[in-house]
Design a protein around this ligand. Sequence first.
Ligand SMILES: *[C@@H]1O[C@H](CO)[C@@H](O)[C@H](O)[C@H]1NC(C)=O
Ligand SMILES: *[C@@H]1O[C@H](CO)[C@@H](O)[C@H](O)[C@H]1NC(C)=O
Ligand SMILES: *[C@@H]1O[C@H](CO)[C@@H](O)[C@H](O)[C@H]1NC(C)=O
Ligand SMILES: *[C@@H]1O[C@H](CO)[C@@H](O)[C@H](O)[C@H]1NC(C)=O
Ligand SMILES: *[C@@H]1O[C@H](CO)[C@@H](O)[C@H](O)[C@H]1NC(C)=O
Ligand SMILES: *[C@@H]1O[C@H](CO)[C@@H](O)[C@H](O)[C@H]1NC(C)=O
Length: 936
Amino acid sequence: MEEMLAIFLSMLLVLGLIPLFLWKRRQDSRSSHEHEEEPQVAQREAVVRAPGGSRMRRRPASGASTSAAAAPGVEESVEGSDEEDVEGEYDAKASKKREKKRQEREAQRQAEQAARESRVTKQDRYAEMRRRKDEEREAQERQLEEEAKAQKAREEEAAALEFEKWKGEFSIDAEGTTENEVQDGRQDLLSDFVEYIKKHKCIPLEDLAAESKLRTQECINRITNLESMGRLSGVMDDRGKYIYISQEEMQAVADYIKRQGRVSISHLASKSNQFIDLEPKAQVEICYGQDEDAVVAAPPPEQEDCDGIFLSYTFTSREKELPHTKNMSAQAWAFKSEATILNAGSTELKAWKMYIGFQHREILVAAEGAQMVDGGDLPVDVGTKGAYFAGYPMTDLKTMIDTAGDYTQIQAKIAFKGTQFGMGEKSTPMPKTISIVNDGFKCPAAKFKGKTAMSVCCKKDPKFKAKKVEKTKFMPRQNGDLSITYDVMQTYTMNYLAQVTIDNVHPLGRLDHWNLTWEWMRGEFINTMRGAYTHKKDTSACLYGQAGKFYKDLDFSQVMNCEKKPVITDLPAERKDDPKVGKLPSCCRNGTILPSLMDKAQSQSIFQLQVFKIPPDDNRTAITPPQQWKISGVLNPTYRCGPPIRVDPTQFPDPSGLQATSDAIASWQVVCNITKTPVPRCCVSFSAYYSTSVIPCSTCACGCKTSETNKCNPKASAMLLPAEALLVPFANRTEKAKAWAKIKHYDVPKKLPCPDNCGVSLNWHIDSDYSNGWTARLTLFNWGTDQFQDWYTAVKMNKAYQDYENVYSFNGTRMEKEVNNTILFTGLKGLNYLVAIKNGTDPKKNPMIPGKQQSVISFKKKHYHNIDIKAGQGFPTRVLFNGEECALPKVFPKNNAGHLKSNALLRLSDATPNSDDHQLQKISLMFVAVPNVGTG
Ligand SMILES: *[C@@H]1O[C@H](CO)[C@@H](O)[C@H](O)[C@H]1NC(C)=O
Ligand SMILES: *[C@@H]1O[C@H](CO)[C@@H](O)[C@H](O)[C@H]1NC(C)=O
Ligand SMILES: *[C@@H]1O[C@H](CO)[C@@H](O)[C@H](O)[C@H]1NC(C)=O
Ligand SMILES: *[C@@H]1O[C@H](CO)[C@@H](O)[C@H](O)[C@H]1NC(C)=O
Ligand SMILES: *[C@@H]1O[C@H](CO)[C@@H](O)[C@H](O)[C@H]1NC(C)=O
Ligand SMILES: *[C@@H]1O[C@H](CO)[C@@H](O)[C@H](O)[C@H]1NC(C)=O
């Protein structure tokens, strides 16, 4: 840029002219452009050229004479006559000079001739040559000056004409306004344009075009016209920027040159920065926009003032997606944005985690530079709850102090791409908030900067007391519901042995037939595995990929798995002692992980794998743990896992049996937490001795598919049932419910309510209520085809919890410490199976029979002696089955016993445990009509 400025100024210096040549060249090329582009412009060009000739006729003298161009911004009409006088004078002087020169030359020639006659010297010849060259140059300069001047005059007239033409166009466009108004409006527009340029000082023409809603070429035209009108002065550089230089600044340069007398171009260029001030109204970044690599943009002031963790979110762009709809709220937009996290504090931030409160139904498609904390696969819907991100590959942010301000080590960026819905044309979909989630930080509300950027400075929470942990190199281990450790046990150049340990930490968490999956980041593959296996054995990914190229002699048919995302499953119990794949502690339980309260030995799973790496990771310490961990089971809680975080190496007892420990080479921890499943998978029905009707599971308690809602009503509340209807599948209840409604005079909706669709349901029946106690009967039903081994159910009783006395056919444990006011029921030995549904004795006549378990539970009235059983205080407030939250009905049974003599009571005959064949245990059902015990 300086160079360009220097050129400009040198011309000013040497010729005392404005860079008309530049302008002229541009004008020429433009006119040829315009010919191609637009016939209308071509026409204008023709108009421009015609008066050119007439001008020549009007002022024949100036064409032939040497002339000095006037500075821009001086009015032509005023200058015109003066200029001619000056020119005339100048002409006369020049011819006098030439005459003088001629005479001199004549004299010289004579002298030379005389000299040559005596002695011809080289020097003389040189001198002559130099003189000739000088003459030629003079002539050339004169010619250029003349041309420039002629061109300038032409342009002036063209500009005037064009202005007239624009005026004309405006009056056509804006019908109904008077000529004066039109002209004012036009002047306003033009002065806005000029003001905009003056304000920005240095502006890319593209930006200017966007701002003034013109095409770039039109912008250039307008600038040149404004220059010729004297309303604007400056230079256009070859990289498409216009730099405004005020008259004062030009004057300053001219004065300086006058003062100095003689200045070199480079000196002037360096000096001119003093005269021409690009700073005050300009953003430096714009001027240097194309040299971004060379110049680091100054950080925003908010960041300068931050001494904690600085977060920012910038909306980049948005584009309408197909299909286009008239309904604004249904319109999809593709958007791009960026978030940054910068450690501006004095301590390293390890394993950063950031929350972005998306709120415009965003669906994220890409998030470069980070991964979602719950390990979700993209695209993912984040529009209602927002999303958590952790760094990958950059997990830790060092401090400025440690890195001497190396931004690449203290800052991470996430580039988002996604779809967003609704919001008008002009609006920008910004998140509600941004914050960091790491312990010990406090984030105030984010501040908006304009409409497209927001930032926040999160500071250390002075109240936060970090747990006293030994100073370690890595992060302390985190708490969570499920903790998975990835320990590297042995490492070689091209492969390593890893051990994966899954620990169930949550008192009610559980997994059955677990599937664990992750994503290899560096092209690794699993050669062998012990204690678990992968479902697929597709080795084509290896054979045709990088691994195949590198391991030329490896027999891939023996390789365990080559998938980028392998699905790993526990081995069944019979492989426990298999010398090849078994023989590991805590392995081979067919994927069952129980709460430690039930069985500590079964609350952990372990397996080992041999991982093969590919170049460039060909050194022992180049180990990258897999990312995007996910674990799931059948009818279990839903777990969401975070990223693997490097922790201190796990210590193992020495295999030799000595009292020594050996450390893992490297350890990573993945923490998975239970998330509340949006749709439950079990439900509860309520019944009581004082009410003849059962409150069944809620309609669609475990979700309804749209395909079935055509036939049933998903909104209607479930129909009340007679007790025995609970024993048959939903499909066979309808007739019973209808008949019941007829007897009870209940309304039957035209479109019957939909089923609950739950695989497991529980019935809580209030059995009795007497002066110093009460009893309940809990029944479990399995409507699915999978049996549940080691089932358990947790029941939260609130106030009645303290009065829990006994359970007769289950094993009941108060969960004093672990979960408030909750009792855990498990099957007694031999009764720990909740079998699957099976056919009735005569499938044609009898409906299918669900798997069942039942027990009476007794409570006292010691602490909670005024418990109002009939008001529903004997019902649980929360029920979980195998760790999974079950849907509860919204109402309690009504006390209508006074109107009836008796009620049916659901009771399973006492089950006889048969440990030899507990799967086939038979539970017969009895319906006992009992006398009404309730008070009237
Ligand atoms: C192990 O689990 C599978 C399902 O993953 C099941 O089909 C099989 O019967 C189970 N085996 C045992 C011994 O429970
Ligand atoms: C009941 O459960 C507890 C804790 O899980 C256990 O210690 C006890 O042995 C179980 N009792 C029976 C009879 O199964
Ligand atoms: C091995 O790889 C690690 C991580 O990429 C690197 O830090 C280390 O310097 C490498 N060592 C050698 C000997 O190449
Ligand atoms: C585990 O993965 C296998 C194979 O992909 C699948 O058949 C099975 O249903 C999965 N089990 C669970 C509990 O997700
Ligand atoms: C899991 O929950 C614990 C608190 O119980 C929390 O500290 C941790 O950050 C959570 N992890 C994830 C991945 O959500
Ligand atoms: C129970 O419902 C199923 C499904 O509608 C039907 O096929 C079966 O015949 C019914 N059984 C009885 C005994 O009504």
